[in-house]
Design a protein around this ligand. Structure first.
Ligand code: B12
Length: 212
């Protein structure tokens, strides 16, 4: 795994792709690759903060992480194929934020455990979340955001959902690097996480409670 983290941080796309492919062939465990992406993102974020990396590096890093996570997502899809639908999830990256690598990992994991997922994409305004809840009647709404300003977007989105009279119909989970318990309470969400696997566990628990 360390080898993959290093290759991503060195911004070597070909090497990252090859190592990820080898890990998936040898272990058949996409979590190893996803964990490497997480670790690499932390290091890249720190380098950006220190001024060692620039926006161009972030863009390249984003592309490499996307290539590698697509490989892991493909594997997750294969592993989850035969499952029946257990619930419906509407998810999007909130308004003002275009980071979507984490969101897409959550989508793959959710699909792998049996959720039907409606992906609203990135930079999603509150009104689009509201429309999607009316149209698809999901059990859960997931909001992703990595920028500090995304927290306010999440709050505006939850407020709009409440104003539309839909808040009681859905559970809301927020995720991404900037969220914590304080943000969760401020936003008015039901749960928060910075880890996709934990997010899936929370969603599965909600579906289990609902089916009782
Ligand atoms: C790659 C990257 C980019 C790429 C994004 C490409 C893409 N398609 O997503 C590009 C180049 C576009 C980009 C742009 C910018 N970025 Co940027 N970016 C990053 C970087 C390096 C990695 C993000 C990433 O993909 N991480 C890997 C994924 C797997 O992690 P994750 O998203 O946290 O997701 C995990 C969990 O949080 C969780 N999760 C996520 N969402 C959800 C949702 C739900 C419902 C659940 C359950 C779970 C969940 O599951 C995932 C897996 O476990 C981070 C650094 C960092 N440490 O995060 C900076 C970072 C987020 N970016 C930053 C900044 C400043 C910017 C720019 C403003 C730069 C600029 N000057 O233009 C722009 C903003 C553009 C915008 N409007 O959104 C800052 C944010 C600072 C802040 N506090 O606001 C960071 C933290 C870098 C830094 N240290 O300064 N960026």
């Amino acid at each position: 795994m360390k080898e993959l983290v290093n290759a991503i941080v060195e911004l070597d796309e070909r090497k990252s792709y090859e190592i990820a492919k080898r890990i998936l062939e040898e272990t058949r465990d996409p979590r190893v690759v996803l964990e490497a992406i997480r670790e690499a993102a932390e290091i890249i974020g720190e380098k950006y903060e220190k001024g060692e990396f620039f926006v161009a590096d972030l863009i390249l890093a984003g592309e490499i992480m996307k290539t590698v996570s697509d490989l892991a997502r493909q594997k997750l899809k294969e592993l989850g194929e035969a499952r029946k639908v257990i619930g419906k999830l509407v998810i999007g990256t909130v308004e003002g934020d275009v980071h979507d690598i984490g969101k897409n990992i959550v989508i793959s994991m959710a699909e792998a455990v049996g959720f039907e997922v409606i992906d609203l994409g990135v930079d999603v305004p509150p009104s689009k979340f509201v429309e999607a809840i009316k149209q698809y009647q999901p059990d859960i709404v997931g909001m992703s955001g990595l920028l500090t300003v995304a927290i306010d977007s999440m709050k505006r989105t939850v407020d709009e959902i409440t104003k539309a009279g839909l808040r009681k119909d859905v559970k809301i989970i927020i995720g991404g690097g900037r969220v914590d318990q304080y943000a969760c309470e401020y936003v008015g969400a039901d749960a928060w996480t910075t880890d996709a696997a934990e997010g899936i566990r929370i969603m599965l628990k909600w579906m289990e409670e609902k089916s009782k």
